[in-house]
Design a protein around this ligand. Structure first.
Ligand code: EPU
Length: 294
């Protein structure tokens, strides 16, 4: 029996419902990991079995292949879903949803993390991709992160410089797990923070296609411009492949409808990228992650 099988992990677990696009196939193995010891033993088994690993957060920036993921999908829960307010920082597990972190900080009169209310991802995902919105990025408020490297079975504590955090980028690799993060804050009034939370949620409601199955921005913004503005400028709002389309509301958001496949979405991304390159010379780089075979 393989290492993963001997742990009694779930097999062939559908991932569609765990992503915001609501599409894609199953994970060969799936592990909900609730503490450090479990993370270490699941990691050891995955390495022994030589299977690919993907660390899934809130599924808000991923497209899973229709054929699924032929390895281990690992998701944090339990102790990794807690927030602790210490005198000097806010300590959040990798599984904590960013809007929950934003609201928890504000309720304690700890300001500076309000922008997280507009990002439907997890703390671990935010560190890995240096998620941001409204002029702030994760690296601006991150003090350090505890990262577990599956291959070397070792822990490290890294700051944003160590992690090479830049616009929608960090050096965190797919086989590294951001288990915990410490954030700085500015003391202030909860009322001030709540006003900011309201402003950000209102802005999102007015400018982004809420209520649809999407994963936020599909492409990174090229330096000094906006991918949405460029895609819109060549008339691609509403452009569809199968049951997926460019949002009529915001051209850098793509939506999946009922019956959509990951292959449709992938073709839509490739087609939009090519049309933008032909029309403008700009090669857009996807921000969303494609998992499994495409
Ligand atoms: N625009 C258009 N047409 C469109 C979409 C946008 O002309 O269809 C124009 C807007 O009018 C605006 C400009 O393009 O003048 C920029 O658009 P927006 O303010 O919506 O911001 P964005 O650059 O598209 C970025 C982030 C978002 C983040 C917002 C708000 C990236 C790739 N996207 O979007 O992040 O929420 O700013 O701060 O950096 C994400 O990464 O998933 C994400 C949603």
């Amino acid at each position: 029996m393989s290492g993963l099988d001997s742990l009694g992990l779930q097999k062939d677990v559908s991932l569609a419902g765990l992503t915001t696009y609501k599409l894609g196939g199953p994970a060969a193995w799936f592990a909900d990991v609730s503490d450090k010891a479990e993370l270490e033993s699941v990691g050891e088994a995955a390495v022994a079995d030589r299977v690919p690993v993907f660390v899934l957060g809130r599924g808000s920036n991923v497209v899973v292949s229709d054929r699924g993921f032929p390895g281990l999908v690992l998701r944090l829960s339990g102790e990794f879903a807690h927030i602790e307010h210490t005198p000097e920082s806010i300590v959040a597990g990798g599984a904590v949803p960013l809007p929950v972190l934003a609201r928890s900080a504000v309720s304690e009169g700890r300001l500076g993390l309000e922008f997280f209310v507009g990002i439907p991802g997890s703390v671990g995902g935010a560190v890995r991709q240096n998620a941001g919105c409204h002029g702030s990025e994760t690296k601006d408020v991150l003090v350090s992160a505890d990262v577990f490297d599956l291959d070397s079975a070792s822990w490290s504590v890294s700051d944003p410089t160590d992690l090479e955090m830049a616009y929608r980028h960090s050096s965190v690799r797919p086989r590294q797990v951001v288990a915990m993060a410490r954030f700085r804050f500015t003391p202030g009034s909860p009322e001030e923070g709540e006003a900011k939370l309201r402003e950000i949620t209102r802005w999102r409601r007015d400018n982004q296609p809420g209520g649809t199955f999407n994963a936020g921005s599909v492409f990174k913004n090229p330096p000094g411009d906006s991918a949405g503005r460029i895609i819109d400028s060549i008339g691609l709002k509403g452009f569809a492949v199968g049951e997926t389309r460019v949002s009529p509301r915001h051209a850098n958001f793509f939506e999946s409808g009922p019956g959509a496949t990951a292959a449709d979405l992938h073709r839509l991304v490739v087609e939009v990228r090519q049309r933008v390159a032909e029309a403008t010379g700009v090669m857009l780089e996807p921000e969303i992650l494609f998992i499994g075979e495409f």
